[in-house]
Design a protein around this ligand. Structure first.
Ligand SMILES: [Zn+2]
Length: 225
């Protein structure tokens, strides 16, 4: 299957990028972040297939995947979520990120959200990707003990043509100021239909570069266990 092949490829590229990230301690668990980001994006695309909404026209389907930092026993958790809203005014309305955060039991290295783009319901804020909503998901993200300042959140369009990433403080600031410039945006001229070389050049290398850059000041910072 093509997606699976791409995932293997992405992991391979990410591992090579990690080798290039000098000056970081090998014991730093955040070092796995570029690799985890690539995996989480693909897994969020898969999780999105389980999304369900009452809306027949312009349905919003969202998938999410959180990947934890390895714990003391080197155990890494992969947690998936999809939005679920069977009725317009019914009691059930689960957001994809919400599912991941409910299930998370340790600090997340990355949280990827892939969904159809729409402006935020409450604030009308429009970004190039679907951001966690201000009404439900932002308060949860802020309160969650599973997110630390170096936890990376990625939002992407379903074809990965636009990937945006940020931390909780940046997302909070975006909603406070309405300035989406707080988000780091990677535009890709290609899509899932591109060949592997283009995929590598335009999607993963720029993304990994930026993640490595973001982590370069982290040094040997270890999350509290
Ligand atoms: Zn939400």
């Amino acid at each position: 299957m093509r997606e699976v092949r791409r995932l293997d490829f992405a992991v391979d590229i990410s591992e090579r990028a990690l080798d290039m990230a000098t000056g970081l301690e090998s014991t730093n668990p955040w070092l796995q972040q570029p690799q985890a980001a690539a995996i989480a994006l693909f897994r969020a695309i898969e999780a999105r297939k389980y999304a369900h909404t009452w809306r027949k026209e312009n349905p919003i389907h969202v998938g999410a995947c959180g990947i934890s930092l390895p714990d003391r026993d080197h155990f890494t958790a992969y947690i998936h979520g999809a939005n679920f809203k069977p009725e317009q005014y019914g009691p059930i309305n689960t957001h994809a990120e919400e599912e991941v955060l409910y299930a998370a039991r340790s600090v997340l290295n990355v949280l990827a959200v892939v969904g159809d783009v729409q402006p935020d319901d409450n604030t009308g804020l429009a970004a190039e990707t679907l951001l966690p909503c201000s009404a439900v998901c932002l308060p949860m993200l802020k309160a969650s003990q599973s997110l630390e300042s170096h936890s990376l959140i990625l939002s992407a369009n379903p074809d990965l043509s636009v990937v945006q990433y940020y931390g909780v403080p940046e997302l909070n600031k975006v909603y406070e100021t309405g300035d989406v410039g707080e988000l780091i945006t990677v535009h890709l001229e290609t899509s899932l239909a591109a060949d592997d070389a283009e995929w590598n050049e335009k999607i993963f290398l720029p993304l990994i570069d930026r993640i490595v850059e973001r982590l370069s000041g982290v040094g040997d910072l270890l999350p509290e266990q």
